[in-house]
Ligand binder design. Structure first.
Ligand code: KG4
Ligand code: ZN
Length: 333
């Protein structure tokens, strides 16, 4: 089954084509990050307008690179939730039109289901059940993946998402937007004990997490140094921050796997690209005797290959939609 998938939930316009789920025939990602950088974050209206401008061309390129024509497609898939509503609507409306014109089924895909599926592409041997830590700009969730389309959240952030926190700290350090990768690079030469930072605990909820205290602590250090005219150790602060985020995520992930009795752990989402988190995850998984799946970097951030892959499993489970499909800014997993 050949599926063309569209992903426009935030500031990446992405189109990909999969064959029978895990095989990716082409994957195009056009980031708008440069357009939003001067505003220090994504401007929803600009995101929607730019998705409209490039989506048709991107679909043509994806078909060409896959070496097929639109008549070879068996279904159209689209991210319909969660995300920026205007941005999602561009993808959903394009997908509905394409499905209608071609007379083929329409498969709605939840963005977080898609992130998890990035691991199916990279690891053909991976099958549910397993535990997945999803860490992105909008999500920090421990997900019990019972089956390809049957999953639930067993731990989540009570405030900011990990990626949101990376972006905020990076912005205040003048690293631009989105700053997760730049902060990660800066941290590589830093002393991770340069600044003592909090590791918050949510009382009575050992699998839940909180990042707002950490974010505030880092911002206070930066502002205090500015006010006193002191020089900040930027790499040290970046490394101390990455260590604090990792210390929040990694032990909870191990505890969640233990609680569920799973020996397979996956990580997904943009923050899964973080070098400190990847290193700590690898060590903890090895120590705990777990098999760890980390997606390659190009499958961590938003892309449509993960949507095209997940769509195969969604339609297999009978998840199909009609031309009245809507987009939703929020949606339970
Ligand atoms: O999954 P994603 O592309 O979009 C959402 O669904 O939100 O995740 C984007 C997030 C941003 O916050 C970005 O700064 C962060 O992932 N990110 C990183 C790294 N690369 C991207 N955070 C930490 N270290 C990285 N290397
Ligand atoms: Zn995402």
């Amino acid at each position: 089954m050949i599926i063309l998938a569209i992903e426009t939930s935030c500031d990446e316009t992405a189109v990909a084509i999969s064959r029978n789920g895990r095989e990716i025939l082409s994957s195009e990602v056009l980031s708008q990050a440069d357009l939003h950088a001067i505003y220090g974050g994504v401007v929803p209206e600009i995101a929607s307008r730019n998705h409209i401008q490039v989506i048709t061309k991107l679909v043509d390129t994806a078909l060409e690179k896959a070496g097929i024509t639109k008549n070879d497609l068996d279904a159209i898939a689209v991210t319909y939730a969660p995300g920026l509503i205007g941005a999602l609507l561009v993808g959903v409306n394009f997908a509905k039109s394409a499905a209608y014109v071609l007379g083929i089924p329409l498969i709605p895909v939840h963005h977080v289901h898609g992130h998890i599926a990035a691991n199916y592409i990279a690891y053909p041997e991976l099958t549910p059940p397993f535990l997945c830590l999803v860490v992105s700009g909008g999500h920090s969730q421990l997900v019990d993946v019972r089956d390809y389309t049957d999953m639930s959240i067993i731990g989540t952030t009570r405030d900011d998402a990990a990626g949101e926190c990376f972006d905020k700290v990076a912005r205040v350090l003048g690293l631009g937007y989105p700053g997760g990768k730049a902060l990660d690079d800066l941290a590589r030469d830093g002393n991770d004990k340069a600044y003592p930072l909090p590791r918050s605990v949510v009382s009575d909820s050992p699998l839940d997490m909180s990042f707002s205290g950490l974010k505030t602590a880092v911002l206070n250090i930066i502002h205090n140094a500015e006010q006193k005219g002191e020089t900040l150790d930027h790499p040290g602060l970046a490394a101390s921050f990455a260590a604090a985020v990792s210390d929040t995520l990694v032990p909870r992930t191990m505890l969640a796997a233990k609680t569920l009795g799973y020996d397979h752990i996956a990580v997904a989402g943009g923050v899964a690209a973080n070098s400190r988190i990847r290193r700590d995850m690898e060590r903890a998984a090895k120590d705990g005797g777990y098999t760890l799946y980390l997606p390659p970097l190009h499958l961590c951030g938003d892309n449509a290959a993960m949507i095209a892959c997940q769509a195969f499993f969604e339609q297999k489970a009978g998840v199909l939609d009609h031309l009245d499909l809507n987009a939703y800014a929020t949606m339970p997993i």
